[in-house]
Structure formats: C-alpha cells, structure tokens
Design a protein around this ligand. Structure first.
Ligand code: SAM
Ligand code: SF4
Length: 340
C-alpha cells in the first residue's frame, strides 16, 4: 500500500444505478472470522473462507481506492470481527490518507479496542459502532456463546478515551432474551454521550439457536419501551440508509432504529457491500453480485478493468430487498459474510 498520497482524487465516473440512486457509501467486510459467535449472526459450527480466498490487504485497498475515485466518500470497515484480521491497521492507515474519503468508520464487537482505539483515531477513523446487546455478564456469554463482557466494556472505555467524533452502540433485541434491557442500554449510552441503534434481526444465514419469527421484537416496540422513560424527538437526520433517528430530550445522544421488516429503506439506498472474498453485493437482502476478486487478480497492474466492473455492477443493483421472517432463511449467507 502506498506510503503517502495527498493529491486530490481525480474526477472520473460517478456511480449511479438504474433507479437514479447515487452510490457514495461502501461497506467492506475484511474477514468472515470472529472471536465471538453471536446467536443471531452465526451458527455454532461455522465454516470460514480459506485465507487464500480472502482479498489481501493490498487488494482491499485497490478496490476501495477505485470506489473513492468514483465518488464514494464514506467507507465502513466491518466483518466478521475486523480487528481480528492480521495487519488490519495498515489498511486503516492507507485508507485514512485517501483523498476524497471524508468518513472512515468501523463496526466492531469491541473486544480488541483496548489495543487499537488510539491507533484507529490516529489513522483517521472518525466514528465507531460497537455492538453490545446486554449489560449482564451471563447473558453476554450466552448471546455470544463465548464472550467476556468485560473485554467489550473495556474496549468502549478505550474508545471514549481516544476521543472519536461519534461513538454508537449497536444492539439487536430478541424477545425474551434481552428485550427487558432496552432502557438500561439507552441509559448506558446516554451516560457516556454515545448514540445507540436498535437493529431488527434479519434472516441472514441458517441459525440453530432460535426461531427468528418467535424472537422478533419490532423497532416500534423498542421505541414504546423507551418512551415510557424518555421524551423522544424525531429527527430528519439520515445516513441515506435504513436508520431512523430520534433525539432524547435534554441529551446529546440519538437513538436509531434499523427496521428492515417494519420500515422499507430501499428508496434512498446509497450503499454497496464488498465481502471478504471480494464479491460486490449490490443489496444486503438480495444475491445480485459481481466478483471483483477475479477482476483484481486478472489485472494486477491495470485499474481500468476494475473500474469498469464496478460501473457495470450498478446496472444490477436491485430496487429493494424482500426480507420475510416466515420463509426462512431468505438468504443462506450469514451476516458475518455480508458485513453488517
Ligand atoms: N463483529 C462486528 C460487530 O459485531 O459489531 C462487526 C460485524 S457484525 C456482522 C455487524 C452488526 O451486524 C452487529 O451490530 C451485529 O449485531 C449485526 N448483526 C449480525 N447478525 C445480524 C442479523 N442476523 N440481523 C441483524 N443484525 C445482525
Ligand atoms: Fe462476530 Fe459481530 Fe457476528 Fe457477533 S455480530 S458473531 S461479534 S461478526
């Protein structure tokens, strides 16, 4: 990866799909592996992609750079657990120097943040989403199958200390598992000046732990729980994605809802996803994709074919997703492959 690069990004092609949606946001899954096994995300015995099939850090950078040169100004690094990928800081450092990239963000389970928070800030990461579904140690262990809550809590403290522009908790609520902690989690976030987003479970991948329909707890129910204790003020803030945001009266914190079931979010979709194997997914809830690994590897010294493949992929971005909890699973790939 290049050491320095401070020329402005050359103006080239802008990425627009058939429905006139401009693509400005790329999410990159840098690994499908993880040090946790959350019950809604993975099955107990996951098979992971052989390392040789993953894009190398250099290949990830090449793809990211091409996207940025075509108008993408926001990149989120996710996984799997991105901070378990060996050498990952090199990628953050290289992306942090990329002209035209305004927002470099990360989604993590927080277990490695005591080690990396400061270096991520120095590399230019602006915001971090940290997943936390419960404040109770025994539940955390159950919901992640293997995790120790203290590592994630220490990671959150380290991120707060490092001084990021914005930190957010991501929470998946499952009925009779952690739905009684909605307000506690909001208080936790608020007390630390963090935002919190509640995510409805999505039917990605076969899981054995529970019936997704039975544990469904809608965003509207979560909002009602919060409104028993807080006055919420709807905002028009948007990231071009699925989240709807509310402000808590008298607080800096925002509460977001990602509700693929109860609210359609496709009309203004501005994003695409790159899997760790280099498959460009045009929609979280559909299989339309383009194999960029093949293009990158066939053309190690020429970026033109890669750019053309990305431009061509815009033609197959579908209009929207079709999640339906009653016909499971809608998609056989797990969230750790997609990069949530
Ligand atoms: N390991 C990191 C983490 O947990 O934050 C990043 C990857 S994880 C796949 C990204 C987000 O997806 C997490 O907030 C997680 O809670 C969420 N997630 C995983 N499986 C999901 C599912 N089936 N439905 C909804 N959200 C899911
Ligand atoms: Fe790992 Fe994140 Fe999936 Fe949990 S949600 S198993 S932390 S990738």
């Amino acid at each position: 990866m290049p050491e320095t690069n401070n020329k402005p990004a050359p103006e080239t092609h802008r990425l627009t799909d058939r429905f006139n949606r401009q693509i400005t946001y790329l999410r990159i899954s840098v690994t499908d592996r993880c040090d946790l096994r959350c019950v809604y995300c993975m099955s107990e015995d996951m098979k992971f992609v052989p390392r040789s099939q993953l894009l190398t850090l250099e290949e990830l950078y090449r793809v990211a750079k091409s996207f940025v040169e075509m108008g993408v100004n926001k990149i989120r690094i996710t996984g799997g657990e991105p901070l378990t990928r060996r050498g990952i800081m090199q990628l953050f450092q290289a992306l942090g120097r990329l002209p035209g990239l305004n927002d470099l963000t990360l989604t993590t389970n927080g277990t490695q943040l005591t080690r990396y928070a400061q270096a991520l800030k120095t590399a230019g990461v602006t915001r971090i989403n940290i997943s936390l579904d419960t404040l109770q140690a025994d539940r955390f262990h159950e919901m992640t199958r293997v995790g120790d809550i203290q590592r994630t809590l220490n990671g959150i403290d380290a991120a707060l200390e490092a001084g990021f522009k914005r930190l957010k908790i991501n929470t998946v609520i499952l009925k009779d598992r952690n739905h009684d902690e909605v307000v506690d989690l909001v208080r936790f976030a608020e007390a630390r000046g963090m935002d919190i987003s509640f995510i409805e479970e999505m039917p990605l991948g076969v899981i054995s732990d529970h019936d997704r329909q039975q544990v469904f707890y809608s965003s509207d129910q979560v909002l009602q729980d919060i409104q028993q204790y807080y006055e919420t003020i709807p905002t028009t803030e948007t990231t071009g994605g699925p989240a709807r945001y509310y402000r808590l009266n008298g607080s800096q914190s925002r509460v977001g809802f990602i509700s693929p079931h109860s609210h359609n979010f496709c009309e203004h979709c501005n994003r695409v996803r790159l899997t760790a194997e280099g498959r460009l997914l045009l929609c979280l809830g559909q299989e339309h994709s383009m194999d960029l690994r093949r293009v990158v590897r066939a053309n190690p010294l020429d970026e033109a074919p890669l750019r053309q493949a990305i431009i061509d992929a815009m033609e197959i971005k579908p209009k929207g997703h079709e999640f339906d909890l009653s016909s499971q699973p809608v998609l056989f790939r797990h969230m750790n492959v997609t990069g949530g």
